[in-house]
Design a protein around this ligand. Sequence first.
Ligand code: PRP
Ligand code: URA
Length: 214
Amino acid sequence: MIFNLSKTKSIANTFVAELRDQEIQKDSMRFRKNLERVGEFFAYEISKNLAYKSKEVTTPLGLSQCEVLEHQPVLATILRAGLPLQQGLLNIFDQAECCFISAYRKVEKSGDFVIQMDYVSTPDLDGRVLIMADPMLATGQSMVMCCKELMNRYNISELHIVAAIASTEGVMHVRANLPKAKLWLGAIDEEMTSKSYIVPGLGDAGDLAYGEKV
Ligand SMILES: O=P(O)(O)OC[C@H]1O[C@H](OP(=O)(O)OP(=O)(O)O)[C@H](O)[C@@H]1O
Ligand SMILES: O=c1cc[nH]c(=O)[nH]1
């Protein structure tokens, strides 16, 4: 299942347009805020697919039978750029437990890169719905490695992947390696640079949110 926001009429497309805009990107607070708003939008969309239970709520004037989420999903992300996107999801799934993974592209002498994963901090994921959020799905290598690491450790019941912008290659890589994952994407761009940056994409999401890394 692939949900492609750019093919729908939604105010959330404006958030993605602002994320891409090099003038608006100069305001890093707005960049982070727009990632958060994209996270909030996808949380709402994903919530339509989760399980609900009936709950009796006492109001000042009587009793109301309400439909509430049965179980909170677990919200995972990949440092750094994933943090504001995860925060957006957490604004909606406000009692969710969170998982943090550190992974980055380690460039080798040849110019090629491998994904270096250093740190995983997670609650128990057995039988849980996991939402993995990372703004950029470029080659898809970071996403696949991090999800596989968690899937090797736990029996995850359902995997949702959220990205603001994906490349066609990244989507294919995820589909080939995580066939059961549901993809929630802001847009899918066709091209990548020789350094595997998405074109037109938005540039370096981590740097735009938190400053250039040295
Ligand atoms: O699909 P891939 O080719 O694996 O690339 C995507 C990864 O690149 C970005 O992180 P980056 O490595 O730039 O780290 P940062 O968030 O710390 O800047 C992004 O947030 C993903 O984690
Ligand atoms: O286009 C890309 C690819 C990887 N990481 C980013 O931040 N942007």
